[in-house]
Design a protein around this ligand. Structure first.
Ligand code: FMN
Length: 492
C-alpha cells in the first residue's frame, strides 16, 4: 500500500477533495461527505488531519467498513505525521479540576444536568438534552410524574426497607436501571465502559445501545474485566438494545454477536422506524454546515451510529431510522428463533400494542416514547400504563412491564410500580452524571435515586416493593385525560 506524506494529506482539506487519517490509514472520503448520517460538516472539520481520536468518540474503529469501496488510498508515512493539518477535537473534558462542584453536592437529578451543562461541549449537551419537534413529548414525560399523587398509609413499622427487584429473572438491588443511550463517547472519554463501571459499583442493571461508541464485544469485555476485579460479584447485568438492521443477514449476524457476548436480553426498539425530528440537532447541524461553506445538510444524529455498520447492506445509503422501517409483528417469529432468549419491545405507546405483544408471547414491554425524541406529542409511559390498567389489565403480571421517560426522582419509581410496572428506566440523569463526573457520577446518581426511593417507601408505608398497590396512588388526573379507544369500547 502507498505510503503518503502528511503534507500531501493536509492539502486535501475541502469538500471537493477531503482526505482523513484513521488508524494510520489514509481515506479519501469526498464521496462519503453527503452520505454521513451525522452530517458532512463533522467530517469536513477533520479534513487533512488524523481524525482517529475524534472518530472514536462516536464509533468503534471497525465502522470504517461503511466507507465506499476504494476510499482507502494508502498508509500515512509515520515520520510525517507532524505535517498533517492540526486536529480540531471536540472530545468532552474530564471533570477533575474543572471547577465543578464535588459530586456529593449533587443531591437531586437536576443537579447532574447543571454540572454536565457546564462541562460538556455545547454539541454534546444538545445531543443529550434534545427532543423531537417542539419538545412536547419530553414535557409530557416530565409533567405526568407530577400528575400522580401518593395515598400513603401510616403506622406500619417501616424501620427496614427492601428495594430489590428482579428484571427478566435477574435480581437487581433496585427497581430502576440505566436506559440505553447511544454514543456515550460524546459525553465522556471513557464512553460505555465508564458507565458500566459505575453501574457495577452500585449493582444496577444497564441496557446497552446498538448505537454505542464502543462495540458490543468491547463493552461486554469491560464488564467482565470489572467484575473480575471484585472480590464479590456485582448483581449488575447487561442487556442489549437492538436496532434491527434493514438487511436480514446483518440482523441475524448482530444477534449472534450479542448472544455470544452474553447479554441477558434483547430489547428491540420499535418506536423508531424513522428518526424523529431532533430540532436542536438539526439547527446545530445547519449552523456547522454554514460555517464550513455548505448550505444543505441532511437530518441525522449520532444515535444512528449503530446502523452505520450495516450501511453497505443498504446500498451505502445513509438512513435516518434505526429500526428497519419494514419490520412488522410477523418478524417476531424469526427473531425469537434466532435470539432464543428474553425479548422486550421498547417503545410501546398504547394498550392495543401492549395486548398484541402479550398475544405474541413477548417476555416484556417497555412503555416509552424514547425520551420524547421520536413522535411529536406522544403519550407518556405513565399514560400508557393507565390505559393498560383500564383496558387490558389481564396482561399485568403475565409479562414484565417497564416504563421510562422523564423520571427525575427516586420516589416517583414507586408510582409506576403501584400501577403495575416491573421497573423504571432512567436515561438522561445517568448521561449527565457520566458527563460531569464519569463512573463516580453514575454511582452518585444511583445513591441519589436510592435515597429518594427508600425514603419514599417509608413515607408511603411499605417495606418491600411487592406491597405496592394501585390504591396507593391517585391517578385521576391522568385517567380523566385518557382516550377511550374504539378497540376497547366493549370493555367500558
Ligand atoms: C441522548 C440519548 C440517546 C438515546 N439513545 C437511544 C438509543 O440508542 N436507543 C434507544 O432505544 N433509545 C435511546 N434513547 C432513549 C432512552 O433509552 C430512554 O427511552 C429515554 O432516555 C428515557 O427518558 P429520560 O432520558 O427522560 O430518562 C436515548 C435517549 C437519549 C436522551
Amino acid at each position: 500500500m502507498d505510503s503518503i506524506d502528511g503534507a500531501h494529506v493536509a492539502e486535501h482539506n475541502s469538500k471537493s477533495s477531503c482526505w482523513i487519517v484513521l488508524d494510520s490509514n489514509v481515506y479519501d472520503v469526498t464521496s462519503f461527505l453527503q452520505k454521513h448520517p451525522g452530517g458532512a460538516a463533522i467530517i469536513l472539520k477533520q479534513a487533512g488531519t488524523d481524525a482517529t481520536r475524534e472518530f472514536q468518540n462516536y464509533h468503534p474503529l471497525g465502522y470504517v467498513s461503511i466507507l465506499p469501496a476504494g476510499s482507502l488510498i494508502g498508509r500515512i508515512d509515520p515520520g510525517t505525521l507532524g505535517n498533517l493539518r492540526k486536529q480540531k477535537e471536540s472530545a468532552p473534558k474530564v471533570a477533575h479540576g474543572d471547577g465543578l462542584p464535588h459530586p456529593s453536592l449533587c443531591v437531586s437529578c437536576p443537579d447532574f444536568e447543571t454540572a454536565a451543562k457546564a462541562i460538556l461541549p455545547h454539541k454534546s449537551y444538545i445531543y443529550a438534552s434534545g427532543s423531537a419537534n417542539a419538545g412536547l413529548s419530553l414535557k409530557t414525560n416530565l409533567d405526568d410524574w407530577q400528575r400522580i399523587q401518593f395515598r400513603p398509609r401510616v403506622m406500619r413499622n417501616v424501620g427496614d426497607v427492601d428495594t430489590r427487584r428482579a428484571m427478566l429473572g435477574h435480581s437487581s438491588l433496585y427497581p430502576f436501571y440505566i436506559a440505553p443511550m447511544g454514543t456515550l463517547g460524546a459525553i465522556h472519554p471513557g464512553a460505555e465502559p465508564e458507565m458500566v463501571r459505575g453501574a457495577i459499583a452500585k449493582g444496577v442493571h444497564m441496557v446497552v445501545s446498538t448505537a454505542s461508541t464502543k462495540s458490543a464485544q468491547e463493552i461486554m469485555q469491560s464488564f467482565a474485566d470489572e467484575q473480575r476485579g471484585l472480590s464479590d460479584q456485582s448483581p449488575t447485568q447487561l442487556f442489549y438494545q437492538y436496532y434491527m438492521p434493514v438487511d436480514r443477514t446483518k440482523a441475524i449476524e448482530l444477534m449472534h454477536i450479542v448472544k455470544k457476548c452474553g447479554y441477558k436480553g434483547l430489547w428491540i426498539t420499535v418506536d423508531a422506524p424513522v428518526l424523529g425530528k431532533r430540532t436542536k440537532d438539526r439547527a446545530l447541524q445547519a449552523e456547522e454546515a454554514l460555517a464550513v461553506g455548505m448550505e444543505e445538510e441532511r437530518s441525522a444524529e449520532w444515535e444512528v451510529g449503530g446502523e452505520n455498520a450495516f450501511a453497505p447492506a443498504m446500498g451505502g445509503r445513509a438512513v435516518t431510522g434505526q429500526l428497519s422501517p419494514h419490520t412488522t409483528w410477523d418478524d417476531l417469529a424469526w427473531i425469537r428463533k434466532v435470539w432464543n432468549g428474553s425479548i422486550v419491545l421498547k417503545g410501546i405507546q398504547c394498550a392495543e400494542d401492549a395486548k398484541l405483544a402479550h398475544e405474541y408471547g413477548i417476555d416484556g414491554i417497555l412503555l416509552s416514547n424514547h425520551g420524547g425524541r421520536q413522535l411529536h406529542t406522544a403519550p407518556s409511559a405513565l399514560m400508557t400504563l393507565c390505559e393498560i390498567r383500564t383496558y387490558c389489565p389481564e396482561i399485568i403480571g403475565k409479562m414484565e412491564i417497564f416504563v421510562d421517560g422523564g423520571l427525575r426522582d427516586g420516589s416517583d419509581v414507586l408510582k409506576a410500580l403501584c400501577l403495575g410496572a416491573t421497573a423504571v428506566g432512567v436515561g438522561r440523569p445517568f448521561m449527565y452524571a457520566l458527563g460531569a463526573y464519569g463512573a463516580k457520577g453514575v454511582e452518585r446518581c444511583v445513591d441519589v435515586l436510592v435515597e429518594e426511593l427508600a425514603i419514599g417507601m417509608r413515607l408511603l408505608g411499605v417495606t418491600a416493593l411487592d406491597q405496592l398497590k394501585p390504591d396507593m396512588v391517585n391517578a385521576t388526573k391522568l385517567l380523566n385525560d385518557m382516550w377511550k379507544p374504539e378497540s376497547f369500547r366493549n370493555r367500558l
